[in-house]
Design a protein around this ligand. Sequence first.
Ligand code: SAJ
Length: 400
Amino acid sequence: NKVIIMGLGYIGLPTAALIAQKGTKVHGVDINPKVVETINRGEIHIVEPELGDIVKEAVEKGRLVADTKPVVGNTYLVVVPTPFKGKNEPDISFVDAATNAILPLLKENDLYIIESTSPIGTTEKMRDLIYTKRPELLDKLHIAYCPERVLPGNVMYELVHNDRVIGGIDEKSTEKAVAFYSKYVDGTLHKTNARTAEMCKLVENSSRDVQIAFANELSLICDKADINVWELIELANKHPRVNILQPGSGVGGHCIAVDPYFIVSDYPMESKIIGTAREINNYKSFWCAEKVQTAKLQFELEHGRKAKIALMGLAFKPDIDDLRESPAKYIAQKVLQNTNNEEYYVVEPNIDEHKVYKLSNYKEAYEKADIVVFLVAHKEFKTLNFDTSKIILDFAGVFK
Ligand code: SAJ
């Protein structure tokens, strides 16, 4: 069995590494020649615990080869990005391109699986594309959808241990895909159809987004009502059937802040809560930036001088170095656009350098600043002592 993996990014590469580690030959494909070179040297281009060693070993043993083009195999996994075009409209052109690239290589009995987060109906669309261009293969392939659900930072563990939802375009496709994953996954493999599996991925992340929006809405209400939202949520969660998530500076990352739009753009009239949750979570970041502006002006009025301001954290969530789609980064940008000779310290303990901002040490910044803005609850920040002489805008719940 030879597995061809289209896309060697945050999910594709760990998946390729895991399959190769179990002894299967993997041909990984990425359109970026630099990524291909890096992997073929036994190195990696992303930050993910444990991944480096597994890739190194797989490449050394000749089980993993990276390339810019696919070759003939038996199983084809499509793990490419599905971004947006225009205003919140899903763009499946990478899935389309990957499928077109493997079209001429497909043969009877092969297995084709999409793992990329995709709008409902994408697997059926790809089935139609494949059988239109290769009519002699009609019903002789196995075509399925199986979303990944791993958490960045814990990918190697979750790839093996999480349950998977597997939906074929027919029963024999589902069975064949289940047999494939059973070689690499210890979690339970749940069978369904392709449309349900596609929707399941979108719903998992939308559900989390809606729940976070509820917490963020509470934080706005509590700010006006002069109630500590962190204490409130802790108390409400003492109820056996209540489990409210944490508010923050907004929702980021490339999944939760994105996937709900895949539902909203196709079903706008029906997905009111999902759409509103997105608006609330986006608004929360805007609101945080406004709060910093107000605090700054108040400080100037009271003290007759400019405030020194520390912006604590840039990553999209605690204890990672990933700044993509980060609300903290958005707030920092917005605040720094409105500078008027104030002194700013930008802090991100998980990265050494940033191409736009000069980064400061977190202890020093905390010490020197008059206004401290916690944008992310990194573990380092929790070691600081609450200093009542400062104005502290704790959007991330560092001190709660
Ligand atoms: N956040 C809050 N409050 C919370 C929890 C999270 O504001 O109580 C914020 C975080 O700070 C961050 C954002 O939400 O900005 C998303 O972080 P996350 O830890 O909830 O999720 P991701 O984006 O790292 O990974 C999610 C996971 N999905 C779910 O938990 C349902 C993961 O399992 C998916 O595989 C991943 O999306 C994906 O690739 O789709």
